[in-house]
Design a protein around this ligand. Structure first.
Ligand code: HEM
Length: 187
């Protein structure tokens, strides 16, 4: 009989989610633009992974497709993994976006839940951090440098919400690029 894997806090993510309350605040040369959006995020179980014969992870893969409400165009695409290291109560989130930016963010989960009882996750990555870092192309480093990323996500009972801030050094200023949405599980 195959082992039933415990995905810990990631169990709640599994499935396909849709939400149309998204709001993106993105950098523009003369300030900021606000982009209302809708999106589909699909989380798929990967199974378990062992590293150096000592670390044991379970992993979930996801794709996130984000469309502008104004014209239905896909204006953000993201794919990556969530990983759970139960022994160390550690959540890891690695992803890449098609601007040639990738990161590995981390945070602990010690049973945190929001007031609705939903699992609450927080992960952070910083440029130059030895633990949880960011990599980007030379162009992005020089012209639109991602310096820090923070994501807070709540999930449970068929509802998922998140708020994330990406600090981008662009157009001679440090811009707080934010994205937030609320999604409902579709299947
Ligand atoms: C729902 C999620 C996201 C949406 C909807 C979104 C949308 C946008 C938009 C509309 C721009 C302006 C670019 C343009 O005018 O062509 C932008 C810029 C940028 N985004 Fe995002 N973004 C998201 C998440 C992220 C994440 C997670 C990162 C990195 C960790 C990121 C990194 C950047 C960078 C570095 C730029 C500057 C490039 C530029 O403006 O030319 N974004 N994003």
């Amino acid at each position: 009989m195959s082992e039933i894997l415990d995905y810990g806090p990631l169990q709640e993510l599994l499935g396909t989610w849709q939400g149309d309350k998204g709001m993106d605040v993105a950098p523009e040369p003369d300030g900021a633009e606000e982009n209302p959006y809708y999106e589909t995020i699909t989380y798929t179980p990967v199974g378990d992974v062992s590293n150096a014969e000592s670390q044991r992870l379970v992993a979930v893969h996801y794709t996130q497709v984000v469309q502008r409400k104004s014209n239905d165009q896909v204006f953000h695409h993201q794919t990556g993994y969530w990983m759970w290291d139960a022994a160390n109560e550690l959540v890891m989130h690695s992803f890449t976006i098609p601007r040639a930016v990738a990161l590995v963010a981390g945070g602990h989960w010690r049973g945190e839940r929001d007031t609705d009882g939903r699992v609450q996750l927080e992960v952070i990555a910083r440029l130059g951090d030895d633990d949880w870092g960011i990599v980007q192309s030379p162009f992005m480093r020089d012209h639109a440098r991602t310096g820090k990323f923070v994501l807070r996500l709540q999930v449970g009972e068929g509802r998922l919400s998140y708020h994330q801030t990406t600090w981008v050094d662009i157009y001679d200023k440090l811009f707080e690029h934010t994205d937030a949405n609320e999604l409902i599980r579709k299947r």
